[in-house]
Design a protein around this ligand. Structure first.
Ligand SMILES: Cc1ncc(C[n+]2csc(CCOP(=O)(O)OP(=O)(O)O)c2C)c(N)n1
Length: 289
């Protein structure tokens, strides 16, 4: 186990006191320390949102993309350098709303990328508009009479879309969440960890108490993550009992990068650049600049 302090940096955290994102930050650092992954071996991507600030608060390599676009950029980085642990951090609006198309497509491509979705069921950064995961009836500035839409279910969508690892954690239980993140990092392929994350300012329904009364651990309930139909059943469970843990895991599926013909000779980061003649160099310069 590495020293947790290794992942500390001097950046001032600007989340509200009590924000569920603190538990996720602790769980991420703890997972990296337990797996003995050094800061230079991990590459974070995020979009825009409160949750997307998480990589700013970790001493590691990080790239803030634009709203909703972190997943395809993370996938590109993994294709270029397979040695890096690529971790993508999105909010629910970021990852499932504006980035929804990228979410659907990464599921069926299976690159070796971890996706941690901080699911507070609301748009936090922009001050409380409803999100795709907001529960029906949820009252916000943009749904003054309550949301009339069915809440998006990331777990069933992920399993149905071809994801090979689907888990749900709760930011109020960072130790358990760290175990899920470790399993996601160790999984070869796309791994979704959807995290129930209370927003203490804009979501007064899905609070710490709301979840504490309802969550139960799948590993203590005899659930077999390899059983796809059992996973679909658990993924639909919501109400008095809410499952957390590894919902679904398929092993042995090839990753995207394993199958790309152009990468058979190895990832780009490991290849020597052939010396360019002046004509080739000029042609490239003209094409790209
Ligand atoms: C293209 C674009 N559209 C809209 C925005 C405004 N915007 C920034 S963050 C955000 C939503 C944040 O919600 P979520 O992703 O759930 O993250 P949270 O802040 O709740 O952690 C929106 C709509 C933007 N920055 N860029």
């Amino acid at each position: 186990m590495l020293d947790l302090k290794l992942y500390n940096n001097p950046v001032k955290v600007t989340w509200c006191p009590g924000c569920g994102d603190y538990g996720i930050l602790n769980a991420v650092k703890s997972a990296l320390a337990q797996l003995e992954i050094y800061p230079h071996e991990v590459l974070f991507f995020s979009g825009i949102g409160c949750g997307s600030k998480l990589p700013d608060y970790v001493n590691a390599i990080a790239f803030t993309t634009i709203h909703g676009r972190a997943l395809p950029i993370a996938m590109g980085a993994k294709l270029a350098n397979h040695d890096l642990h690529v971790i993508c951090i999105t909010g629910d609006g970021d990852g499932y709303g504006i980035g929804g198309n990228h979410f659907l497509n990464i599921l069926r491509r299976n690159p070796d990328v971890v996706h941690i979705a901080e699911n507070n069921m609301v748009y936090g950064l922009t001050k409380g508009q409803y999100a795709p995961t907001s529960q029906r009836g949820f009252v916000t500035s943009t749904t003054p009479e309550g949301s009339i839409e069915i809440a998006f279910n990331p777990l069933t969508t992920a399993i149905n879309g071809g994801a090979t690892f689907v888990a749900r954690g709760f930011s109020g239980d960072p130790k358990h969440l760290a175990k899920l993140i470790m399993a996601a990092i160790q999984h070869k392929g796309y791994a979704l960890v959807d995290v129930l994350q209370p927003c203490v300012i804009y979501n007064k329904i899905n609070t710490y108490d709301y979840y504490r009364e309802r969550v139960y651990k799948l590993e203590e309930a005899g659930h077999d993550p390899a059983d796809r139909s059992a996973a679909m059943q658990r993924a639909q469970e919501w109400g008095d009992r809410i499952p957390i843990g590894i919902v679904y895991q398929a092993t042995g599926e090839p990753t995207y990068e394993d199958q790309v013909a152009a990468l058979r000779a190895g990832p780009l980061a490991k290849r020597r650049l052939a010396p360019l003649g002046p004509e080739q160099a000029e042609a490239l310069r003209r094409e790209f600049f």
